[in-house]
Design a protein around this ligand. Sequence first.
Ligand SMILES: Nc1ncnc2c1ncn2[C@@H]1O[C@H](COP(=O)(O)OP(=O)(O)OP(=O)(O)O)[C@@H](O)[C@H]1O
Ligand SMILES: [Mg+2]
Length: 309
Amino acid sequence: MSQIDVLAVGGIDVDLVLTVPRLPSHDEKVLGELVGRLPGGTVANFACAASRLGLQVTSFSNVGDDEGGRIVIEGFEQFGVDTSLIRVREDTETHFTVILVDPTGERAIVVVPTFRDKYPLDVAAGVLPDTRVMYMMPQDHEQFLALARLAHTHGAEVMIDVEPTVGARRATLERLLAQTDIASFNQDGFKAATGHAPSVEAARELLDWGPHTVVVTRGKAGALAVTRDGSAEHPGFRVSVVDSTGAGDTFNAAFLAATLRGEPLAERLRFANAAAAISVTAMGPRGRLPALDEIETFLETASATTPNT
Ligand SMILES: Nc1ncnc2c1ncn2[C@@H]1O[C@H](COP(=O)(O)OP(=O)(O)OP(=O)(O)O)[C@@H](O)[C@H]1O
Ligand SMILES: [Mg+2]
């Protein structure tokens, strides 16, 4: 196996997207229209965004032997994500999510985890020596900890995405961060896990628990980050928003790409905000995942625009 920049663990599903005249209320039936079955999942969207930015990305995940599984794999292939470590399981269906969209763009979402993902440690041990960063949303705390310890044994770094579904309160968060190098929170994930509103001071406290970098994304307000050497904040860029689903995943991919290039913290935030801003200008989480040159062009003109505050 050649060098892997990012081993993207799990986080795949198929999105069944339906438009409805209005989101049905209790005991109500409405007529829906199928938009499509689209490959999705937060880590999977991150993986596609990272691959677009030139990183060598391998997905380490499970799918069912069904149409959903084929959609997930084809989706990865379109973005050049390596699928050789995806296990096709005959005993189950691929995870799916039902997304109802009303005419105003408001959504109602039902996530259907069809089975408990398993990530065999012997398979991971085979590739981690050649891996720079393992990326995961640590919803399964124990499996994350086992994989993260293994990653560190083999010299790979560990990056996590923390949103409220990770279910990390203080004590759990401390255990997760002890095995994390880069922790990226969205605003609600940060509040749920730490009990604090995002701030440089509150983020800095988390460095004591293990990570060398803590990032918090704040929607159109941009993002802040702290490391042991300093901190930076960057507002979001002003763009015409079409759909912000997956913005955080694109942000994380770009932040990691700039980190692996060894760029200074302020530049990493600027680059990641730009990548995410571009991604929200099209429909769907993979509607417009930018390549490097597109971000550079955006930044040349974006410097003339007033960022959001
Ligand atoms: N309306 C917007 N305008 C410009 N940039 C945006 C906007 N919304 C999000 N972004 C960019 O995307 C980044 C991540 O957004 P956000 O904090 O909402 O992540 P998230 O909650 O993880 O979203 P998701 O889970 O849908 O990916 C922000 O830091 C910002 O750079
Ligand atoms: Mg997110």
